[in-house]
Each structure stands twice: as C-alpha cells, then as structure tokens.
Design a protein around this ligand. Structure first.
Ligand code: CA
Length: 222
C-alpha cells in the first residue's frame, strides 16, 4: 500500500514540485498550505510521514511539530530555509526526526523520507537498525536493505552488539564477554578476525562504518 505523506508548505510552487516528485515515487500525497490546516490534518487523519516547512503562516512548523508530537510518533521531517543551529536545535527539541535545508535536491529529500520510513518499519518489526542494516534478534537474521545476510552465529552476535551500541565504542573485553562469554579462552585477536569477516560480508558503503579504535576496540559509527 502506498505510504501517505502530509506536506505542509505555504509556497505553492514548492508544494507542487514536492507533490509531483513524491507522487511519481508512488507516495500518496496530501498538501496543506498553512500551519493550522496542517495541524488539523495531522491530528485527524493518519499519515506515514509528515513533511513540515518551518516558516508557515498561522502556526509555524516548529509549533506544529511540537503539538503533533504530543500525541503521535509519526516521523517528522522539517524543511527549513535557514541553516542555523538555533533552528535545527529548536526543530529537534520539538520532536522532529530530521530536517532538510532548502534549497534541497529531490534525491536528498527522497533519501531522508526512505530513511525515516525504514526506521519506523524496523521499530514495528522490533528490529535493531543501523543505516540500511536491520537486525532481527529473535530470528537470528540480519538484513541489508531487506536482503538477508548470510552470517555465522558469531558474526551475527558481533553485528548485533555493534548495532545495538552504535556510536559507542565496544571494548575488546565487552566484545569477548558479549559474543564469546565470560569464561571464554579465546584470544582477543580472534575479534579482529571476526570483524574482518563481518566487514567482508557487508557492502563496502556499510562496512566502513565499523571503525577500529586502536588499543580499545570497535565502534559502529554513523
Ligand atoms: Ca514557508
């Protein structure tokens, strides 16, 4: 079923452009031209993504975001003309998932939309995800863009640990304990071997997110 996107944008030509592009990508698009109308729609109908301009008549995008977020966990992407830190912080504080600075390339907008949709579909399925990687702990299966990865049990455990702790450094001790168990007799250089296997099984653009932290361990850093 087509994903439903609510676009709240007062500049009619931009709204029209976004509508055409998203419709072309098979999304079901609804447009609102001011903050009040956008808020009403977001509160009364169900959408998969909310695309929200910041500078809007009646009610600005940050305020719409704040109010929607009180009752809904719909992914919210802000469109902002001003790439200022204050705007970004205000938007993220108000509960936005991401923001995109105008003028933007349509490919970038589509990529951001796909990313938030991937995140929510992963949460629905109780998957742990990192970029295009999704790990289903219960099923012992990892995926890259929905394609199953062929991993051994050890490689799977290692990937799960790194994805669960994304952006946090996992020390060698933590990795040994989590993957091989407390009383394991394995040498820590075994970790390096398995990291190498894991990197080799991931596509290049994803494998480089597994960073070596010299003398400490590894981190999956976005
Ligand atoms: Ca505007």
């Amino acid at each position: 079923m087509a994903k439903k996107i609510l676009v709240v944008e007062d500049e009619k030509n931009i709204a029209r452009f976004i509508e055409l592009e998203l419709t072309h990508e098979q999304f079901d698009v609804t447009i609102a031209y001011d903050g009040r109308a956008g808020l009403d729609l977001a509160m009364t109908e169900s959408f998969d993504v909310l695309l929200l301009d910041v500078m809007l008549p009646d009610l600005n995008g940050i305020e719409v975001c704040r109010r929607v977020r009180k009752t809904s966990d719909i992914p919210i992407l802000l469109l902002t003309a001003r790439d200022t830190v204050t705007d970004r912080v205000a938007g993220l504080d108000a509960g936005a998932d991401d923001y995109i600075v105008k003028p933007f390339a349509i490919e970038e907008l589509l990529a951001r939309i796909r990313a938030v949709l991937r995140r929510t579909s992963a949460e629905e399925k109780n998957l742990t995800s990192f970029k295009e990687i999704a790990v289903d702990e219960a099923a012992f299966q990892a995926y890259v863009e929905e394609e199953p990865l062929q991993l051994t049990k050890t490689e799977f455990d290692l990937l799960l640990l790194l994805v669960k702790n994304q952006n946090l450094v996992c020390t060698r001790e933590q990795i040994l304990t989590a993957v091989w168990g407390y009383d394991s007799e394995v040498e820590t250089n075994v970790i390096d071997v398995y990291i190498r296997h894991l990197r080799a099984k991931l596509p290049d653009h994803l494998s480089h997110y597994i960073e070596t932290v010299r003398g400490v361990g590894y981190v999956m850093r976005s």
